[in-house]
Design a protein around this ligand. Structure first.
Ligand code: PMP
Length: 315
């Protein structure tokens, strides 16, 4: 789907997956005008294919596009493109319980622009790929390291939107962490270096007794759709959930810690390393993480009653 700046997107077409042509002076290649989304399609027992809260992804793309000075497809255009792409690739949706089809909508400044300015033309595309677990550990605990030197986002920056440059910015810290055997990196706020932000591609929650806390959305962390859904599921399950500043001390003192995201779903954290000190939360999967994981996945896979209207059936 293409659109010129100041105009709407025209109807797109389905084409086989492959390389695309792009102008060397495209806005996305030179000035990082790119934004993406990530969502999953699950196969239900009756063969139907389910999408989890796809309108939320469409809305997040629209607000991100505004921050990045880009036009965006409407919610309807986004939904049509996602549905058409998944339907055309339905054979790649794994059987129930065997994974999911990851869907990647991508919006970019594809028009040529030499002096710094928004690109004159934009391309919106969607591609898909079958996936299994994001962390090789699956539902077994992951090990995170707190990054105290590099930051993912700064106040007033673009940390709260899903722009491509945010991900390039974390590659160095993530690569160093992985080389030392950690699963991923947990970032802190850039002002005080003591409040939790998020992991490279997921949000973080800390559990203490019946209370669950997660960093509040202030423009420097991505408003995760899984995060928002888990807050609801946890409240339904009787937990008290707070969106508030969460300190490293609270993290180290927690009973349980877990991450949420489309790719990671709910991933329990087994250990956190902070300034060389390792805190372990137990080798088995924490009860709260387990309970919330099953509460969420039973909805996503169509095993539980969709009382909240979160599921979109493809057919
Ligand atoms: N934070 C970041 C930086 C992410 O890339 C993601 C994945 N989209 C998340 C959090 C989780 O968001 P969601 O639950 O919408 O996948």
């Amino acid at each position: 789907m293409k659109c010129a700046l100041g105009e709407g997107f025209t109807k797109g077409e389905l084409v086989p997956f492959g390389n695309i042509e792009i102008n060397p002076s495209a806005g996305v290649l030179n000035y990082g005008q790119g934004l993406f989304e990530g969502l999953k399609a699950y196969r239900k027992e009756d063969g139907n294919v389910l999408l989890f809260r796809p309108e939320e992804n469409a809305k997040r793309m629209i607000s991100g596009a505004e921050r990045m000075c880009m036009p965006s497809p409407s919610v309807d255009q986004f939904m049509q493109a996602v549905k058409a792409t998944v339907l055309a690739n339905e054979r790649w949706v794994p059987p129930p319980g065997k994974g999911s089809l990851y869907i990647r909508p991508l919006l970019m400044g594809s028009g040529s622009v030499l002096g710094l300015a928004p690109a004159p033309e934009y391309t919106f595309l969607v591609y898909v790929s079958p996936v299994g677990n994001y962390f090789k550990e699956g539902l077994s605990p992951i090990n995170l390291v707190v990054e105290t030197e590099m930051h993912r986002a700064t106040p007033g920056g673009t940390g709260g939107v899903k722009t491509i440059g945010n991900y390039a910015a974390v590659l160095k810290a993530q690569g160093a962490a992985k080389a030392k055997g950690y699963s991923d990196v947990l970032y802190l706020d850039s002002t005080h270096n003591k409040y939790l932000e998020e992991v490279s591609s997921c949000n973080i929650f800390v559990v203490k007794g019946n209370t669950i806390s997660t960093p509040d959305i202030k423009g420097t962390i991505l408003p995760g759709i899984t995060r928002k859904s888990i807050i609801d599921v946890a409240r339904d399950q009787g937990f008290e959930v707070f969106e508030k500043p969460v300190t490293v001390d609270e993290l180290l003192d927690a009973d349980e810690v877990f991450c949420t995201g489309t790719a990671v779903v709910v991933s329990p954290v087994g250990s956190i390393t902070y300034l060389g000190k390792k805190v372990t939360y137990g080798s088995s999967v924490g009860l709260v993480s387990q309970q919330l994981h099953s509460g969420l996945t039973s909805l996503q896979m169509g095993l539980a009653d969709d009382k909240k209207g979160w599921i979109v059936q493809l057919k």
